[in-house]
Design a protein around this ligand. Structure first.
Ligand code: SF4
Length: 655
């Protein structure tokens, strides 16, 4: 078969030990692609109503992308998906590195795990055999140690997805790690793997990945490679100054994704650390503060040039011509770490008013090894600090930790305790919403007050992109079937994706516009957000990296690659219809699980209710009700966010 996909999945029942290959009909790929779409197709069918996310009925899927291994660029992302124990909704997370091609080289597009093993096990597969092996000796090891042991016991070419201590201890903010600490972090899927006593998935296949038109793909990839820009030529200080300029000016310029890639090529995602603080993209002080609370004297340690001083080498994921990653040193007791990402630096930095960037290198490695989501960890620590500062928690509750804003030693100690579920760490190990519920039980009478300090969407801590700066983020945080995610869309992403160049009927943003116009015309903003959601499902169905997608559809030939890989002749509009089908199926998954979509809305504080009185985002609030209603209309869902029978029928979702 030469379609880019393998046409097969592997089903593993950890309760019985039964392992079975299953053929996937071509029609499923035509309707859902692979990756996130394939996961949605199977998980919707396999996970029963009301399944306990940490019980045997939940199913964990690890899926590759349709374009992974096809000779395309930026297409090495894999996706983990299951019912989220953190939000109770559809849960997914994706990650780069080299695990995505490893799935396909074993002959599968995805591997799905159900049941619960009696003892710790790992799955080993190499394209000829697939078997469950004892993982007793790996249990208790961190993700890097466990991965290194699996490689040394098996083969240097083996690739593994592993949980650390956080997943083993069922932390609801734990993820799944590959490639020495890269992590599919969000939605708490490490706990799903831990609940199944599945320590690792170790893959060492050598099967070829065949495509319909390899010469066509090669030509498209060559042209795409030439569109990848060189490194940004100016210094990190200039980038920070640009952030100040963006705050001062009343107008905004349509974002060109090549600029973002040029910055990423030089510094990775930390390129915009300081600029984002200056212009109001990065929330501060648990979303209460502004750039005025974290001025350049505090943000200077986060400047990309300062971060780069600790870099030993660059890091490229599979098939990536850009290489936004870096291997850095020092990291406290560890001798190296993946360079902390923007999200990690600022959720553990400005969100907690912490200026100790060196300490964050250590925390980054600690969290990656434990397999704990740094966004949720940072959001949870910021919440804990606010509780302490407001007298809800005292030193009697915190094992003596003085959880004041910016106390780097206390932040470090709390995270170490969260990973170990030690003392006060156990209170916060499952994220901020679960902590609020536990504190409310401990201290009846503070219920209303404690919830005013919580910032989340549907139970998931919010990423470091402020919807009061770009309301597109606030909308996607609130309406996506997996809430609180920054990688699914925003107004800025729409500008970079330039979808109007390939897809009919979509608006082209002006080259310059008044910033306040971002907060107007909810119907048009919802049209844009719906286009984003449809497109990102195609991106995640292919395994395309978000940063690669920022090149824009005129330069990253995602639709042409798909046609060349599969032999289909679909138009961009037809691919976006597939994206709509995937989005609707994920929403239907939530409805089936009893979720009311309106409850996934981001917290008032993150929506500017009340608005900030100072700084870059002062006076701004997001009209989330109108935006949400219009977004649901775009998808053919009813006034409660439920996909209508007519919509389901039109999309062919009738199983
Ligand atoms: S741009 Fe960065 S995250 Fe994306 S594939 Fe390349 S190295 Fe990986």
């Amino acid at each position: 078969m030469a379609h880019g996909y393998t046409g097969k999945i592997l089903l593993v029942d950890l309760g019985t030990g039964r392992i079975e290959e299953r053929a996937v009909p071509d029609a499923v790929y035509e309707q859902y692609l692979s990756g996130i779409g394939l996961a949605a197709y199977y998980l919707y069918r396999m996970i029963p109503n009301g399944a306990d996310p940490l019980g045997p009925e939940n199913v964990l899927g690890l899926v590759s992308g349709l374009l992974t291994g096809a000779g395309t660029l930026f297409t090495g992302r894999w996706t983990a998906a299951a019912k989220s124990p953190l939000t109770g909704t559809w849960g997914d997370a994706n990650c780069g590195g080299f695990f995505s091609p490893a799935i396909k080289r074993c002959g599968y597009d995805g591997i799905f795990f159900s049941g619960i093993s009696e003892k710790p096990v790992y799955l080993y597969a190499n394209g000829k055999t697939a078997e469950l092996r004892d993982a007793g000796h790996l249990w208790g090891k961190d993700s890097v140690e466990a991965e290194e042991m699996l490689i040394s016991e098996n083969s240097p070419t083996l690739r593994a997805a592993v949980i650390g201590q956080a997943g083993e201890k069922l932390s609801l903010i734990s993820g799944i790690c590959t490639d020495r600490g890269r992590i599919a972090a969000r939605s708490g899927l490490g706990a799903v793997m831990g609940s199944k006593r599945l320590k690792a998935v170790a893959l060492d296949g050598k099967k070829p990945i065949l495509v319909h038109d390899s010469a066509g793909i090669k030509a498209l990839s060559k042209k795409c490679g030439k569109a990848v820009p060189p490194e940004f030529p100016l210094s990190g200080k200039i980038v920070a100054l640009l952030g100040v300029l963006m705050r001062i000016l009343p107008v905004s310029m349509r974002t060109d994704g090549r600029l973002v890639l040029s910055l990423s090529r030089k510094w990775g995602t930390v390129s915009l650390n300081e600029a984002s603080i200056a212009w109001g993209d990065s929330p501060l002080k648990n979303w209460l503060g502004s750039n005025e609370d974290f001025d350049p004297t505090k943000s200077a340690p986060f400047n990309p040039d300062t971060i780069k001083e600790r870099e030993k080498s660059k890091y490229h994921c599979y098939s990536c011509p850009l290489g936004c990653g870096g291997i850095s040193t020092p990291a406290g007791k560890y001798n190296q770490t993946h360079r902390p990402e923007y999200e990690t630096m600022l959720s553990l930095g400005g969100l907690c008013m912490n200026t100790d960037a060196d300490g964050i290198f250590y925390l980054n490695e600690l969290l990656n090894r434990a397999g704990m989501d740094s966004i949720s960890a940072g959001g949870t620590v910021a919440f804990a600090i606010e509780c302490y500062e407001n007298g809800i928690l005292t030193k009697n509750d915190t094992d003596g930790l003085e959880l004041s804003w910016g106390n780097a030693d206390a932040i470090k100690a709390l995270i170490e305790k969260m990973i170990a579920r030690d003392g006060v760490g156990d209170l916060f190990a499952d994220g901020s919403k679960a902590a609020a519920e536990k504190i409310t039980r401990m201290k009846p009478g503070i219920n209303k007050e404690i919830h005013s300090h919580l910032v989340h969407a549907g139970g998931q801590e919010l990423p470091m992109h402020d919807g009061r700066n770009d309301p597109g983020f606030a909308l996607h945080y609130s309406v996506e079937p997996t809430p609180g995610r920054h990688t699914l869309g925003s107004l800025t992403y729409y500008e970079m994706w330039e979808l109007w160049k390939s897809v009919g009927g979509l608006p082209k943003p002006p080259a310059f516009y008044l910033k306040k116009s971002r907060f107007k015309s909810p119907a048009q903003k919802a049209l844009i957000a719906a286009a984003n959601s449809r497109f990102i499902n195609v991106v995640n169905g292919c395994g395309l990296c978000l940063f690669g997608s920022f090149l824009g559809v005129a330069r990253i030939p995602i639709f042409a690659w798909l046609n060349a890989a599969t032999g289909w002749e679909k138009s961009p509009e037809e691919y976006l219809e597939i994206g709509k089908r995937i989005q609707t199926l994920k929403q239907a998954f939530n409805i089936k699980q009893g979720i009311d979509p309106a409850t996934l809305r981001a917290s008032d504080r993150a929506l500017g209710r009340p608005p900030l009185s100072s700084g870059a985002n002062r006076g701004r609030s997001v009209d989330i009700e109108n935006l949400t209603r219009e977004y649901w209309v775009q998808f053919g869902w009813d006034e409660n966010g439920r996909p209508t029978d007519e919509t389901m029928k039109k999309l062919g979702i009738q199983f």
